[in-house]
Design a protein around this ligand. Structure first.
Ligand SMILES: Cc1cc2nc3c(=O)[nH]c(=O)nc-3n(C[C@H](O)[C@H](O)[C@H](O)COP(=O)(O)OP(=O)(O)OC[C@H]3O[C@@H](n4cnc5c(N)ncnc54)[C@H](O)[C@@H]3O)c2cc1C
Length: 420
């Protein structure tokens, strides 16, 4: 368990800075990495400073994370980023029992457990509550049958957040249960999906009499939709803040331009409006009014999204994710598409090249395809607009004729059977 942050949650930035610096001076050796360093970091609470003190954190407010990161960077240590990335641990902290937190949080923090998201199905994407994977109780365990699709990282995952139907006689949102299912078992088969980019990060996951202990159920039976909202909220918060984070995250958001920068010159270390200006200068288009307007627009989007991300974080207490995260996710999608459009326009026809002859152009080309990731994964742009309309602006809900019918009576996509 972590040591208590001496200054507590009311700590000032200076106090936190001093405490981090003192801990690093005592514990960090240049070049330290690997399991031992990670264990030390996790047990100190500095790997996830915003997590509760009793669960490997320091109980610090979110805005202190920046201070911690700065001190790590100053010392030459890799900055801790667990609390940004661990939607799994955050959801377990929000909905798990004390036993579950004890069993699951530390292995996640140490990287021994890696999660994937077993939500989408061939007949249930935006309308996720229509999912048909079933879990049936068998003593202390549940037996799961069905198919998931688009599961990112399923081949590397040790566990998955699984949403399965446990009651067919109630309306669709009310018969779902949420599990943390072990992936390495005979009842689970993972098949990679080959993408247009040449990669295969997604998978189909077939569950045939897969087993999950009841002790791995998060939340009450049939109350999985509530747990899912928390997990989705954390996912959107992460995706929405990518474009407004530190240099590394901004490089990811503006992937094409960042790659150009990495390969061409040192200005490339950070990407933002100013860096696009440099690129425009390099290709001789800095005086072009349309280019200038596009870059200014991109810069404005980035700035506004940073402020919105701060607002969403302030709005979301631990365990409750804010609908404002949907604005950030939508903005991130716009930023990535706009960034790709700007780099494509700057490179001109070269941006459609592929292959080894012009690696920079090939990267821009690849990034153009990859930009669509942001407008679909984690809920599409249209779905984010629905959420913003209904839950931020208070507009009427869109009509949903099957919302209150027992799910058994709802017309649905044909249940997918496992084939071999
Ligand atoms: C990069 C990436 C990673 C992903 N990773 C995972 C993962 O790890 N785990 C997982 O479970 N899933 C994952 N997904 C799947 C993703 O969550 C779904 O693709 C997404 O929810 C959309 O579902 P769908 O593909 O079935 O499209 P559909 O729901 O069929 O939507 C088709 C189109 O109709 C629109 N539409 C649908 N309903 C409405 C509506 N009510 N109002 C307006 N427009 C609507 C959509 O916006 C979309 O344009 C991933 C997808 C991507 C791209």
């Amino acid at each position: 368990m972590s040591a208590t942050t001496e200054a507590g949650s009311a700590a000032t930035a200076e106090q936190v800075r001093a405490e981090v610096a003192a801990w690093l001076a005592e514990n960090f050796q240049p070049g330290a990495s690997g399991p031992q360093w990670r264990e030390k970091l996790v047990d100190s609470g500095w790997a996830a400073p915003t997590w509760p003190v009793e669960w490997y954190g320091r109980g610090l407010p979110r805005d202190m994370r920046k201070v911690v990161t700065e001190e790590f960077t100053r010392a030459g240590a890799r900055a801790p980023a667990l609390d940004v990335t661990q939607l799994f641990a955050n959801t377990i902290l929000a909905h798990g029992t004390e036993e579950q937190k004890k069993a699951f949080v530390r292995p996640l923090a140490l990287g021994e457990h890696r999660g994937c998201l077993l939500y989408s199905e061939p007949g249930a994407g935006s309308d996720l509550a229509a999912l048909q994977t079933r879990a049936e109780r068998d003593g202390d365990t549940w037996v799961v049958n069905g198919q998931k699709v688009w599961t990112s990282g399923a081949r590397e995952a040790t566990h998955g957040f699984l949403v399965a139907r446990t009651d067919w006689d109630v309306p669709k949102h009310r018969g779902l249960t949420f599990f943390w299912i072990p992936m390495d078992q005979p009842g689970i088969e993972v098949r990679p999906i080959h993408q247009v980019t040449g990669g295969s990060e997604f998978n189909e996951v077939f569950l045939a009499d897969a087993v999950v202990p009841d002790t791995h159920r998060l939340g009450e039976v049939n109350d999985g939709w509530r747990v899912l909202q928390t997990a989705l909220g954390f996912e959107r918060l992460i995706m929405g803040s990518v474009a407004g984070g530190g240099p590394r995250q901004r490089r990811r958001a503006a992937g094409a331009a960042a790659t150009l920068a990495d390969r061409q010159s040192p200005w490339t270390r950070k990407i933002g409006g100013a860096d696009y200006i440099e690129l425009a200068k390099q290709v001789g288009k800095a005086a072009d009014p349309v280019t200038r307007q596009e870059i200014a627009y991109l810069y404005t989007l980035e700035k506004v999204n940073v402020w919105n991300s701060l607002r969403a974080r302030a709005d979301s207490g631990r365990g409750a994710a804010s609908p404002l995260a949907s604005i950030g996710k939508l903005a991130m999608s716009r930023i990535v598409h706009t960034g790709v459009a700007v780099t494509t326009n700057l490179l001109g026809t070269a941006s459609v090249l592929d292959g080894d002859t012009d690696p920079v152009a090939a990267e821009v080309n690849r990034s153009s395809f990859a930009a669509f990731v942001t407008s679909i994964g984690g809920g599409t742009d249209q779905i984010q607009r629905n959420i913003i309309g209904e839950r931020v602006l208070g507009l009427p809900k869109e009509p949903e004729v099957d919302r209150n019918m027992p799910f058994r009576e709802v017309r649905k996509a044909q249940a997918v059977r496992r084939f071999s």
